[in-house]
Write a protein that binds this ligand. Sequence first.
Ligand SMILES: [Ca+2]
Length: 173
Amino acid sequence: MATRIVVILLICILSFPIYQGRQEEKKALTKRTISIYDAKCRKFSGFRSYTEGDVKMCLSYRQDFKNYTDARTYCSSVNSRLAVIKTWEKFQIVVPFVNAWIGLDDLETEGTFKWADGSVLDDHLKSRIFYPGEPNAYYPQENCVCQRCWTYFDKLCDTLCYLAKHYLCEKVI
Ligand SMILES: [Ca+2]
């Protein structure tokens, strides 16, 4: 019994450097992948990459003010789209941006929020990324979604599409 324990312990001790080596290798690979992605992203004027774990986004936080439609048109004019944030990790990336339109609206069908890529917002994600009580269609035309619309909001809310706000363009690369 004691011999078996010693053997197991020895295997663990001896294999630890291999495990450590693999972790280092994985880290180096992730770093390299991110830097290649960043270089690609920075080729586009005004864009830079953001990461959360393995998740990467190429974004441009536009600080001029536009209504939702004009913001969408601008992003499209530079071959991008209003940011699509279909995972919790991507949401973490956009958390710091203030008063910014993202690519999410229910302009087509009231109550059905669609991303800028045409897909419908998942209910589970919806419950996590919106500010409590939002989206609430407080005014009937609150059809467009904004991140940190007011300083006390740290999440998304639906608001009036004609309001002038900053906006987040996303390059899909
Ligand atoms: Ca609202």
